[in-house]
Design a protein around this ligand. Structure first.
Ligand code: SF4
Length: 407
């Protein structure tokens, strides 16, 4: 099992007691056999003890310095009891290593560090769901607080630290006044100028999420021809049109880049399909939103983890909701500053830019697909229909967003 520490993934230097009961120093044993294990090794070293998140700590502490590590096991990431158990162990004077064992998330690792934990033991499958930099960023966000102790006073800044971990930068979030000034500047610039200005003002990683439609292709072109340090990411829902995959490949070939694909969480997707069926999203708005949540929103949150900025290809006249958006705005829930550099462009202006620049476009646009998303949820529109009328066409107009841009 990988061990997550402030340095990233590490090999475990502790052994697990097997069924044989052949105990030795440097081994982690269940609490109920700790006394026997200590008797067996005598004065030849120390052991580690594993306890469950709901267990009392008195017995574990009664062995004093002969126990050098306490591993607190929990079964679900929603089980918050192990946080307080860590704090109680530290408050009671335990100075050895404290380890969380279970399906921890990077954010929770940061919080666990503030509660006195030193490390986390997670399954290989769980570790593979997040990149090592995500774990390390979370770890770094807690370092200063932890040095001053895991005291309750440190809790005041945990929310801020978790947000900083998500953003991947310690730079303060811009104030509303600052954003208002930037909004004015961006309004006066062209597309490359807006992207360059946004890049220059945001410290840390910026992500552009592309779905390979007309607008996104225009933004990708501007980013790459300007050579801007903005990461290109796409959310592969698994339900995209074959034509979209072709545009993806053609775009990579034209610019000589690789676009990072983020996929839905395998377990979450399996649970969704088991619950509502493979096309369950047609049954109700709730079912459709659950599908968008699993296939788009949760992967987006992962794509933006550790980022300070997010660029989109949104235009204001695409829907009523989008009309209220700005060139630059705070998405505080995701901890990013969001930029919509095409906000005031019309569809025809975007098409003209694409034609002028020779941008690779999805052939579905020519077949009446104005806005292109997942294949089962997108149809071509009729002349005179609004351009997003083909998205989730069976739903009422005011319910048509997938959650990416509405939180
Ligand atoms: S657009 Fe349709 S298939 Fe795609 S995630 Fe949403 S509900 Fe699921």
């Amino acid at each position: 099992m990988p061990i997550v520490t402030d340095e990233g993934f590490q090999a475990d230097d502790w052994a697990r007691a097997g069924e044989t009961l052949s105990w030795r120093a440097g081994m982690i044993v269940p609490l109920d056999v700790a006394g026997c294990a200590l008797d067996a090794i005598g004065d030849k070293g120390t052991i580690g003890i594993e306890i469950a998140s709901g267990e009392e700590i008195d017995q574990a502490l009664s062995y004093g310095p002969r126990v050098d590590l306490i591993a607190v096991r929990f079964e679900k990431f929603a089980d918050g009891r192990f946080f307080s158990l860590g704090r109680r162990l530290r408050d009671a004077g335990f100075t050895g290593r404290l380890r969380a064992v279970g399906p921890l998330l990077p954010d929770q690792y940061a919080f666990a560090r503030s509660c006195g934990f030193d490390e986390a033991e997670i399954s290989g499958a769980h570790a593979a769901k997040k990149t090592e930099p995500q774990w390390r960023t979370a770890a770094e966000s807690i370092g200063v607080s932890y040095q001053s102790g895991y005291s309750h006073a440190a809790q005041k800044t945990i929310l801020e630290m978790r947000r900083a971990a998500r953003r991947g930068t310690s730079a303060p979030f811009p104030s509303d006044d600052q954003l208002a000034v930037w909004e004015e500047v961006m309004a006066a610039l062209d597309l490359p100028g807006r992207l360059s200005f946004f890049r220059s003002r945001i410290e840390g990683r910026i992500v552009f999420t592309t779905g390979f439609g007309l607008e996104d292709q225009a933004v990708v072109h501007a980013i790459l021809t300007e050579g801007l340090d903005i990461d290109l990411v796409t959310l592969d829902t698994g339900r995209l049109f074959p034509e979209t995959y072709d545009v993806w490949a053609a775009t990579e070939k034209r610019y000589g880049v690789r676009i990072t694909a983020i996929y839905p969480d395998q377990d979450e997707l399996a649970a969704l399909v088991a619950h509502q069926g493979i096309n369950g999203f047609y049954e109700s708005v709730e079912a459709r939103k659950a599908c968008c949540q699993a296939r788009k929103v949760e992967p987006l949150n992962r794509a933006l983890f550790g980022s300070a900025g997010w660029v989109t290809g949104i235009r204001a006249d695409q829907s009523k909701n989008r009309n209220a958006m700005r060139f630059i705005e705070a998405d505080r829930a995701r901890g990013v500053v969001k930029s919509n550099p095409l906000l005031d462009w019309s569809r025809s202006e975007t098409e003209a830019y694409a034609a002028e620049q020779g941008i690779v476009l999805n052939p579905l646009h020519e077949k009446g697909f104005a806005s292109i998303g997942c294949a089962p949820c997108t149809r071509a529109i009729e002349p005179g229909e609004h351009e997003r009328a083909g998205r989730w066409w069976w739903e009422e107009e005011n319910k048509k967003e997938c959650g990416l841009h509405t939180s």
